[in-house]
Design a protein around this ligand. Sequence first.
Ligand SMILES: Cc1cc2nc3c(=O)[nH]c(=O)nc-3n(C[C@H](O)[C@H](O)[C@H](O)COP(=O)(O)OP(=O)(O)OC[C@H]3O[C@@H](n4cnc5c(N)ncnc54)[C@H](O)[C@@H]3O)c2cc1C
Length: 389
Amino acid sequence: MSSDPIRIAIVGAGPGGLTLARLLHVAGIRTSLFERESSATERAQGGTLDLHTESGQLALARAGLTDGFLRIARYEDQGSRLYTCDGRLLLADDDMTGDRPEVDRTALRDLLLQSLPLDAIAWARCLREVAPRNDGRYDLVFDGAREGPFDLVIGADGAWSRVRPLVSRYQPQYSGLTFVEFGIDEVDTRHPALSELVGRGKMGAESAGRSLMVLRNGNAHLRGYAIFRVPVEWAERRFDVTSPSAMRHALLGEFAGWADALLDLLRASSDQFALRPIHALPVGHHWTNRPGITLLGDAAHLMSPFGGEGVNAAMLDAVELAAHLVGSKDWREAVRAYETAMFVRVAQPAGEAAEAAATELSHISQELTLAHHQAYMQMRAAAGDSTAR
Ligand SMILES: Cc1cc2nc3c(=O)[nH]c(=O)nc-3n(C[C@H](O)[C@H](O)[C@H](O)COP(=O)(O)OP(=O)(O)OC[C@H]3O[C@@H](n4cnc5c(N)ncnc54)[C@H](O)[C@@H]3O)c2cc1C
């Protein structure tokens, strides 16, 4: 990078923004990172993620955090099970030799946070607007505060990015799918039958326009999703997340007729529920380069979670943007090069995630899931994994 230091702002301390801040910190480049949450502990960060070798794991390696990653990686939770709605097991893959271990989001965030100086993040800064200045730079407008000027503003602020409107007029569109999230605590000791049902990894079951997907998280916690293909406002009308007993009752009603062993997942759920309508940006989303503004992660290419690529793509964006910024004498050209390559790179996973969302809960969903699993095992076998079954 040129000897003339530029002022860089990163908006959003999710996996993408934090990885970028860490990579630039390692390279000796200062950034200002702004996050709307009030502290690292304001909110549990959500469920489990599998980090891929060529993206999420690569990012942590470049960030010098492989040892920390190995401490939080759950290689033992890579299994997969598929049931029919009457409880018959269709697929049981209990192979733990894969290279896509699970990590809990909170553990990943903590790992990245601890790798940064204590004052690296300005918490409780909810961006309202990026204000262009007359000198070609930008100010960031928060509730009750203004920060700047910045030469380069990087929007890592997720699906509903406040930075994105400066370069793109697109907004995420509803995919037709809504997830109702639930959780089960202390599953191994309090609900051993459910622990056995889910196994070491994830399980799914689907029938007639609805499905259950449950994933094992760390600390004997299960996170589940009841998935529906419905209009976007349907779940808000149907479910009252403020009443756990009403939630359980309504969910059991939606899955009436399913095997008791599967319904026990809903009966055992804790009192924490959330509605998550799934949105995505158009496949191939891109913008004309605007000096001083760029995006990474969900802000740039929000996709449905079915491909399991979102966090991996966000962390690879960070790797590539950091590499361009560190390796170039012209930061404007570095950002342009990052964007050009990123638009091409994410088009395929975004397309696959969109197709997976489009075909989820179709009349051949189970067939597609089995075929997908078979293709994954073949890919692993082709990659020389002698343990693939
Ligand atoms: C139900 C569900 C399951 C998923 N499962 C997987 C999975 O298994 N594997 C996978 O790879 N991906 C999964 N994803 C996708 C994954 O969560 C995202 O792709 C990933 O978190 C993107 O990281 P990010 O850093 O770009 O954005 P985010 O994780 O959204 O982080 C954005 C950050 O910006 C902050 N922020 C937002 N607005 C502002 C503002 N105005 N001012 C300041 N700060 C702001 C937020 O508080 C947050 O900290 C899933 C998504 C969902 C909804």
